[in-house]
Design a binder for this molecule. Structure first.
Ligand SMILES: C[S@@+](CC[C@H](N)C(=O)[O-])C[C@H]1O[C@@H](n2cnc3c(N)ncnc32)[C@H](O)[C@@H]1O
Length: 450
């Protein structure tokens, strides 16, 4: 792998040899990482393992650990030792995750024994300045200054001399270069800065995926790492690209999201093919309503109250999705949006216990994905296959269950370690289905003989 610069995308990572599907292109520990606000109560702050018996730091009453080992590790590598006091003082005021992440990266990069000039210069050479919402940046800079001042970082004075414009630029650099960390079921668990991986550019038809490992994957993994895995064969000289978002989004959703979060207009070949000037105002409004209903009910369910209203809201989202499927035309520009809607309908039907209907929607999703071989090895597709296989198994349709569980396993085999919980679930489900399938076949044979 080597870094190269192009006019359209700036620096990017390029292959210096050929790679096959499943190859690990890069494996890297986080330079710094933090929990997100919605995960800070439920996951270990040192390895992101989730659990009910997490122990809380007695000083800041915020950091949580799954055991002594993780607590000591966070203290000894200084990530928590330096921020603990600041977190304790500002706990009530809810510190934005990006502020904590920026502070931890700066603590490490400015450390006198191990100063990282290259990283510090990254935003000096090409300042990241967001002109659209300067007030938000001012607010974050103020919070960051306050956080660093209250911290136990031994070189606090050197940080105080950093200019506001530098801090604003550094925050922006991290917002655009850090990775959201998620487990293999795509639940977000935190955010991390991975130095080498941060040079990887985006493509809506990527040849690699970013996967993460941490305590959520195996008890033996005690830190947070990123793995860049190849999902399509790559030739030497080709750029190594990942997708910054779910590849199943429509062109409009992708372009709006990239502009809002990364401030660029994607120049990839898929965007050129799918670009359209259609007015999507009504559909966007409908989708917003669907998302609101789903998000509200998911949240309510998480805190385990208002189950009835949660059910009603899910039902409203389900009705609205069905209405969209009827209202919007069967045309090329609507294709990806429909895929997103059928996938959501699959999820809603499972929650609403309409299992047979759920299989119909997930089959529609599979039909569409079959036409897109470039995404055949994606873990998001494997997850939908696993879901569908489990549904068929529950409904007693063993042949279909076996088909989808085997397909999901084939993808996981290439991308994940065997101890990954989702891989194990897939293997276990397949084992059960195979045993039942063989038993049914034996019975049929015997009956045939009789
Ligand atoms: C995580 S950084 C990747 C490294 C970056 N190219 C650099 O020079 O540091 C993300 C930034 O790269 C650029 N970029 C990445 N993918 C792109 C794409 N498909 N089209 C245009 N610009 C892209 C955008 O400026 C984006 O904000």
């Amino acid at each position: 792998m080597e870094l190269q610069t192009t006019l359209e995308k700036g620096t990017g990572v390029f292959a210096t040899r050929n790679y096959q599907v499943g190859n690990i292109i890069l494996s890297e520990e986080a330079y710094a990482f933090v929990t997100l606000q919605n995960s800070s109560l439920s996951v270990c702050h040192a390895c992101f393992r989730s659990g009910h018996s997490l122990k809380t730091c007695s000083r800041c009453k915020f950091a949580k650990y799954c055991g002594k080992y993780c607590q000591r590790k966070a203290w000894n590598d200084c990530s928590h030792r330096w921020e603990c006091k600041a977190v304790a003082s500002l706990r009530e005021k809810k510190i934005p995750s990006i502020v904590r992440l920026t502070a931890l990266v700066l603590f490490r990069a400015c450390s006198p024994n191990n100063r990282n000039e290259e990283l510090l210069n990254r935003c000096r050479k090409a300042p990241y300045v967001c002109s659209t919402v300067p007030e938000r940046l001012d607010y974050l800079v103020e919070k960051l200054r306050c956080f660093m001042k209250l911290s136990d970082y031994p070189e606090k004075n050197s940080l105080e001399s950093l200019e506001d414009t530098f801090l604003a630029s550094f925050i922006q650099m991290l917002e655009m270069n850090a990775h959201t960390v998620y487990d293999s079921e795509f639940n977000t668990v935190g955010v991390g800065f991975f130095y080498k991986a941060s040079f990887m550019n985006h493509d809506c038809r990527p040849n690699c995926v970013a996967l993460f490992s941490g305590g959520f994957q195996s008890v033996s993994i005690t830190s947070v790492s990123i793995q860049i895995r190849c999902v399509r064969p790559i030739d030497a000289g080709e750029e190594i690209v990942i997708s910054y978002l779910d590849v199943c989004l429509s062109w409009l959703d992708r372009s709006e999201w990239l502009l809002e979060h990364y401030m660029f207009t994607c120049c990839c070949s898929r965007c050129k093919e799918e670009q359209c000037s259609e007015n999507w105002t009504d559909l966007k409004q409908d989708w917003k309503v669907i998302n609101q209903f789903t998000a509200i009910s998911v949240q309510e369910e998480r805190v385990n109250k208002n189950m009835l209203t949660s059910y009603e809201k899910m039902k409203k989202a389900w009705r609205k999705c069905q209405q969209c499927m009827k209202t919007y035309p069967n045309c090329a520009i609507f294709d990806w949006k429909r895929t997103e809607i059928v996938s959501r309908l699959g999820y809603l039907c499972i929650v609403l216990e309409k299992y047979s209907e759920a299989t119909e929607y997930l089959e529609l999703y599979m039909d569409w994905m079959k036409k897109k071989p470039e995404f055949a090895n994606f873990p998001t597709v494997a997850l939908e296959m696993l879901k569908l296989g489990k549904l068929y198994a529950y409904l007693g349709k063993l042949k279909q269950a076996k088909y989808y569980l085997e397909k999901a396993k084939q993808i996981y085999e290439k991308l994940l370690v065997r101890e990954d919980p989702i891989y194990r679930t897939c293997e276990e489900e397949l084992g059960k289905v195979m045993a039942e399938y063989e038993w049914v076949m034996q019975q049929k044979d015997q009956l045939g003989v009789i």
